[in-house]
Design a protein around this ligand. Structure first.
Ligand code: BG6
Length: 476
């Protein structure tokens, strides 16, 4: 039987990201960001992957981030709903371009600061602890066009200035910070992940790992600044998690899975352990990568994070032949389809035990507290005749994952908290759809951007409220 053993001070809540929730893309002095250029529709993937340059908006396309779910104007109502569920933590991100519209200014946009102060004060009013990501899939567009984004070392200076501004401006309101959302995703989705676009014939692996090095330096410096500004600040890295299982016990498949694990964990190894791992040298050699480092970089990287945060939607599978057909997207990371688990309507695996396995792996490796900052089921919700949404499928998914989390805690793993993804329906990052819903709260908006934006509590809203009230004991 599963045992749930959540500590008394466990943080229960949910997560959003600025670019998928706020909208108001040109309001309050905000500048354009990468995600504002990613359309819904057939060009989406090419733009997200950095294969198609999109530096100007087109009149014939729809851009879901521009209005998203209007959190920019609805934040009081939304935070009140979170408070009603009993949240003690709310994860969101700051849109870098609200504070630095172009990204390379020397002083911040005060309107942007005022907006986030208001959001965080609203959280505090209800005793909700904000957990804030500095960069969640949005880079100011000007930095992409003028500097080539993270391929350029100057980004370290721009990012650390922005980070310092956040730590100082929101000191006393925010103490939990994440630097880069799902840092490993930049390898799979380079434009949305890190603002990278590629030239014809360019060595993309070289560009991506060099850009990642710059992010790692920026992340370590930001961590140091956070601690200087206020020693109570706690900073985490953020992994798009989910272990790779070997597709079979064939040694070649086991080796392939180990290689995939290393590719996934490389950046977290740096952020949590303070240096590139030993296998980095052979990985770079095999890929023909020559990292350009500056004197002092190794010292900088020694500023490790306080905790390891991660998202978990599904486990993954690898074999020696990853092109053997039968693939499934497990959060844009290529994976073979695991015949032993069910998949969601979008083909993402459903594997609660995989969460326990992932947590054990991460804790064995890092020995730092973990924080599960994204988890959930993207599903179509159809209101019934009374207009109610009976999302039992979502409840079933969350119940099993919360159980698995409890099992991992019983395994001896310190877990700081849980923020389920898209606690209020928002725009899907991969597809730009609204119909891929994760929330406890339904938002009246469709894939074409039509709808009243009215909020409505789903059945899962009442269920999650009970889970939180019972501190994870009542999952019925
Ligand atoms: C994570 C991201 O990759 O997965 C989120 O951090 C994203 O931004 C989430 O929304 C779920 O993916 P999707 O494509 O269903 O929105």
């Amino acid at each position: 039987m599963s045992v749930t053993r959540f500590p008394q001070d466990f943080l229960w809540g949910g997560a959003l990201a600025a670019n998928q929730a706020e909208g108001g893309y040109r309001e309050g002095g905000k500048g354009l960001t990468t995600v504002d250029m990613i359309p819904h529709g057939p060009s989406r993937m090419a733009v997200k992957l950095g294969q198609e340059k999109r530096f100007t908006l087109r009149g014939d396309e729809y851009y879901p981030s521009h209005d998203a779910i209007g959190f920019y104007h609805h934040y009081q109502e939304d935070i009140a709903l979170m408070a009603e569920m009993g949240f003690s933590v709310f994860r969101t991100s700051i849109a870098w371009s609200r504070l630095y519209p172009k990204g390379d200014e020397l002083t911040p946009n005060q309107e942007g600061i005022a907006f986030y102060r208001a959001v965080f004060e609203e959280c505090r009013k209800y005793g909700i602890e904000p957990l804030v990501t500095l960069c969640h899939f949005d880079v100011p567009l000007h930095l992409v066009v003028e500097y080539g984004s993270w391929r350029n070392r100057q980004m370290v200076e721009f990012f650390t200035r922005y980070a310092r501004t956040c730590f100082e401006a929101f000191d006393g309101l925010v103490k939990y910070w994440l630097t880069f959302n799902e840092i490993n995703i930049m390898l799979h989705s380079p434009f949305s992940g890190a603002g990278l676009v590629f030239e014809e014939g360019e060595d993309q692996e070289q560009v991506k790992y060099q850009a990642a090095h710059h992010e790692l330096i920026a992340s370590a410096l930001a961590t140091r600044i956070a601690h200087e500004v206020n020693p109570r600040n706690q900073v985490g890295c953020m992994l798009a998690g989910g272990n790779f299982y070997p597709y079979s016990c064939k040694p070649e498949d086991v080796w392939a899975a180990l290689q995939k694990e290393r590719e996934n964990l490389l950046f977290i190894d740096v952020q949590a352990r303070g240096a590139y791992p030993s296998y980095a040298a052979s990985l770079f050699r095999d890929k023909g990568i020559a990292l350009v480092k500056e004197a002092g970089d190794d010292e900088i990287l020694k500023h490790t994070v306080d905790f390891v945060s991660f998202s978990y939607y599904a486990s993954r599978c690898a074999s020696a032949d990853m092109n053997a057909g039968n693939t499934s997207a497990a959060n844009v990371v290529k994976s073979l389809r695991n015949p032993h688990i069910e998949v969601s309507e979008w083909g993402w695996g459903i594997d609660p035990l995989g969460l326990r396995i992932t947590m054990n792996t991460l804790y064995d490796r890092y020995q730092k507290p973990l924080f599960l900052v994204e988890n959930g089921l993207g599903a179509v919700d159809v209101p019934n005749e009374q207009g109610e949404i009976e999302d039992d499928y979502r409840i079933a998914y969350l119940r099993e994952h919360i159980r698995a989390m409890g099992d991992a805690i019983a395994d001896g793993i310190p877990l700081m908290g849980y923020t389920s993804w898209g606690c209020i329906d928002l725009v899907a990052a991969s597809t730009g759809e609204m119909s891929k819903r994760y929330g406890f709260v339904y938002v009246d908006r469709d894939d074409a951007g039509k709808g009243t934006l009215a909020r409505r509590r789903k059945k899962s809203f009442w269920w999650y409220r009970q889970v939180i009230a019972s501190k994870g004991e009542d999952l019925a």
